[in-house]
Design a protein around this ligand. Structure first.
Ligand SMILES: Cc1ncc(COP(=O)(O)O)c(C=O)c1O
Length: 444
């Protein structure tokens, strides 16, 4: 940045530079989401100026009172003093099963529906069991870009990992590429999020069919992360029992675990409760490698009495009542959870235009033949900058984001922007800051 520009940036440049130095981070652009969050908090405090916070996916919508009230009632009734069953209280299991039928068109018995400590915990346990079924299938494949902390989990568990950036392999091109990897017979499970964090890619039915068929052929467990379930706002996925439904790999294989989060769809992040739906066939199957780590070779038993028991022994009792009440209201069409979060898509639509009007490009821009949907996240780049450089340069303009290089993306020029924490009233200020950025970095 030129000296002149530095004097006129929206955030005082000297404060930003000093705070970056004080943070001790080797590279701001490569820092984790939580590290960037702390740095921004420090700059805001020192400058007394507000950032446009786009670095972290915190839900920006109030949690439904129906959940809060059910949780308060449950606490008053005394559940706080009692251990919940590891695999969940019956009412929440029933409502998860109904939810799967009504919003995914998936028949799954309550037995295979389990509440977890956020879907992060479901993911952790899924890696733990799926990656240990056979000694040789000890690698987790990520269909990237993806959520960095999943990669951290796999590393912590001593499992191997591989990444496939799907940017160049959308549609029918996915089959050959994915098969070339799965053929190695070293992949125990593969994970993707749909809609995708960070790129908001929504896999099409064609792509999910390819993934499902190959997962069956090569015995790979598909971990389908539905953290943003039903939030492809291009279709109305909000009506229980009425098509269209959330697309899912569970239509095409019985080798799946669905990880469904309550954090974004139900704005219930703070209570750390999510859901796991395990295919009945997978749940019942024995695998030779499991008894090296768990009480038996049986998948379902290893999951419940091995992974879940040894990690958290079930999730908070009162939060299970909250989730059961929210799901019941959703299932019975008394609470339209999709309408409640549509605001994210509406804001993204406006905000993306301010970026593209100021020289930015959307990095992951298409789903098949359709432009990418408007949702919780989007990805942008600016000519002449790598993602890492852009994250750091943005700090001087009071905008925070994370670099795509931390997400398994090969599009190193990009950053992820999250719309959830930008209040509508700050959008004009974001527009101003992007205009100043554009003026300071003119494009030829
Ligand atoms: C793709 C993805 N998976 C999982 C999670 C975490 O979900 P939970 O809060 O239910 O653990 C997130 C949260 O940001 C996410 O983006």
């Amino acid at each position: 940045m030129s000296k002149k520009a530095k004097q006129t940036t929206p955030m005082p440049a000297s404060i930003v530079s000093n705070m970056i130095k004080d943070s001790g981070l080797k590279s701001v652009g490569n820092a984790s989401i939580r590290e960037i969050k702390r740095l921004i908090d420090n700059i805001e405090r020192a400058s007394e100026k507000k950032f446009i916070r786009m670095e972290m996916g915190i839900p920006g919508i109030k949690p439904p009172t129906i959940g809060i009230n059910a949780e308060i009632d449950a606490i008053r009734s005394g559940v706080t003093g009692i251990y919940p069953d590891i695999d969940g209280i019956p009412t929440v299991k029933d409502e998860i099963s109904r939810f799967c039928k009504l919003f995914l068109d998936l028949e799954i018995s309550p037995r295979y529906c389990v509440p977890t400590v956020g879907s992060m915990h479901g993911g952790y346990c899924s890696f733990l069991v799926s990656g240990r079924r056979y000694p040789e299938k000890d690698t987790i494949l990520f269909l990237d870009p993806g959520f960095p902390v999943h990669k951290q989990m796999v590393k912590m568990q001593g499992l191997k990992q591989q990444s496939l950036d799907v940017y160049d392999y959308r549609g029918s091109k996915l089959r050959n590429k994915l098969e070339s990897i799965l053929k190695s017979n070293t992949i125990g499970a593969l994970l993707y999020s749909n809609p995708n964090n960070p790129a908001w890619i929504c896999f099409t039915d064609e792509e999910l069919k390819i993934i499902g068929e190959l997962a069956t052929k090569y015995d790979v467990v598909v971990l389908e992360d539905l953290a943003y379930m039903a939030m492809d706002f291009r279709k109305d996925l909000s009506k229980p029992g009425v098509a269209p439904f959330q697309v899912s790999v569970s239509k095409y294989t019985d080798n799946y675990i669905l990880l469904i989060s309550s954090s974004k769809a139900f704005s219930y992040a703070g209570q750390r409760i999510g859901m796991m739906a395990i295919s009945e066939r997978l749940y019942a199957t024995d695998f030779p490698g499991l008894s090296n780590y768990f009480p038996t070779n049986n998948f379902g038993h290893s999951m419940i009495y091995g992974a879940l028991y040894a990690t958290t022994s079930g999730t908070a009792h009162s939060a299970q009542y909250a989730l059961a009440a929210i799901l019941k209201a959703v299932n019975e069409e008394q609470y339209n959870f999709v309408e409640a979060v549509r605001e994210y898509g509406d804001k993204a639509n406006i905000i993306k235009k301010h970026f593209t009007n100021n020289g930015f490009h959307i990095v992951y821009d298409m789903d098949g033949d359709s432009p990418i949907a408007d949702g919780f996240y989007f990805t942008v780049s600016y000519p002449g900058f790598s993602g890492i450089q852009l994250v750091e340069e943005f700090l001087y303009y009071g905008i925070s984001a994370i670099s795509l290089s931390t997400t398994g993306s090969l599009r190193s020029e990009g950053v992820r922007a999250c719309v959830s924490l930008i209040p509508r009233e700050m959008i004009p200020e974001l527009k101003n800051r992007l205009e100043v950025f554009h003026q300071d970095h003119p494009l030829s």
